[in-house]
Design a protein around this ligand. Sequence first.
Ligand SMILES: Nc1ncnc2c1ncn2[C@@H]1O[C@H](COP(=O)(O)OP(=O)(O)OP(=O)(O)O)[C@@H](O)[C@H]1O
Length: 515
Amino acid sequence: MVYWWNVAALLRANVLRSVLTARGPAAARLPHSPGESVARLRDDVADAVDFTDESVSLAGTTLFAAAALAIMATVDPAVTLALVVPMIAVGVLSTRLRRVIGRLHRRARTLGAAVTAYVGEIFGGVLAIKTAGAEAAALERLREHNRRRRAAAVKDRLATELLDAVTGATVELGIGLVLLLAAPAMRGGDFTVGDLALFTSYIGWLTALPRTIGAVLYRLPQAAVATERLTRLMAAHEDAADLSAGTGVHLRGEPPPVAGPPRHADPLRVLEARGLTVRHDGGERGVHAVDLRIERGSCTVITGAVGAGKTTLVRALLGLLPLDEGTITWNGVPIDDPGTFLVPGRVAYAGQVPRLFSETLRDNLLLGRPASDHELGRALELAAFEADLAGMPDGLGTVVGPRGVRLSGGQVQRATVARALVPAPDLLVVDDVSSALDVETERLLWDRIATGGPETLLIVSHRQAALERADQIVVLDRGRVAGRGRLAELLETCPEMRRLWSAELIAEAEERAGK
Ligand SMILES: Nc1ncnc2c1ncn2[C@@H]1O[C@H](COP(=O)(O)OP(=O)(O)OP(=O)(O)O)[C@@H](O)[C@H]1O
């Protein structure tokens, strides 16, 4: 049991290590639904470990069976040979059925993961389903997913049980054969009662062999499917050897302390991107040939209409999305893998959709890194969170609930910004926080960050407070740069900026009037 869980932990840790640290954007490797990834870490890991578990006993069983066979052959070679024949037949049948079982198993796993993914979506969207009155439709869809999964699982199970039954039947067949073949020899006195006792006790060892081989054989295609599905979550250059490599997984006792992000030798002077192009699904949507130059101490604001490509640009720059074209340099030196270079220590990122974990506020800010309460307090103050913290009886020990449900949307958003500020990055990147923050709170946030936060800022925003303080605004329109410069210049030269600005003035005036 300990072996089983240790191997499972090793496989899961290796997949997670690769997802979190391997070069290249992890988003490109993960399936669209988190439920599918979870299903792989649960079911495929179990399949792979079951196979290795069975394989361990194969060596011992083979040794005992070989010894039993040798002893039995010296007593009566003919009867012994007759016992070997059905075992070979089982071996041949197993080999034949392997491909079929592999196909059926792959289908069962895919449909099983679809059910998990859909249940995950239902839990994530309970409110949306209820407000749309779509409970019946959602449940019917779940039933349909389940029906398909059940049909595939029954076929998969039938095939494996059939093979198991056939291998099991060879034991009974073997005993019958010994009785049948040894009867004449016993009558003639050549096969003694002692020989019969020896054969019937050894037959167990002998028949354990096809049973074990059968178990290994029918688990082999399942393990192959599982290994393939797990390695597909890992970086492109990693394979089954990396999946099972002993990479120092800590299995017993207290885990060692996590080191904070390293301070890098070459602090930011200028981060430059040229010709950044991302085509979502190979089409027009995304960003096209965007240049960006971010100098130390500057505030750059990316703005544009809904769907203009702002998030895509930021994520492409940070290596979170695969680039179709473009180069990125740090102080003039090309970065060949932004995903592992533009990370805490150099850059911190607060995404548009904030993610908190079901832990305390302190753990959410630290994420395992070392930092004093004083440093946390400073980050929270920069993120305009200190008044909220003062109102929390448990302070930094407040448990925020799954995804931070016990906090307001604005608190989750600002806690995420505070988390990005804890490691005091060279460059702070914040994607549109305005959906959860009112105009005044957002203004306070930018004021605080501008006076006491990181020197260099890259902000996605359409708010006046951000646009007015920008040294450089990049206006995106349908994935392309429509204008670049300070607000005053752009209001003169860029029609898209004028349109966005007047829409923003109206929206903020309405918000202040409480509409
Ligand atoms: N993963 C994806 N797959 C396919 N299309 C995508 C994907 N992500 C974004 N898009 C599309 O690319 C375009 C740009 O999206 P993006 O999220 O970058 O815009 P945005 O300016 O950040 O929008 P918003 O203001 O709503 O945040 C949109 O048309 C969007 O539908």
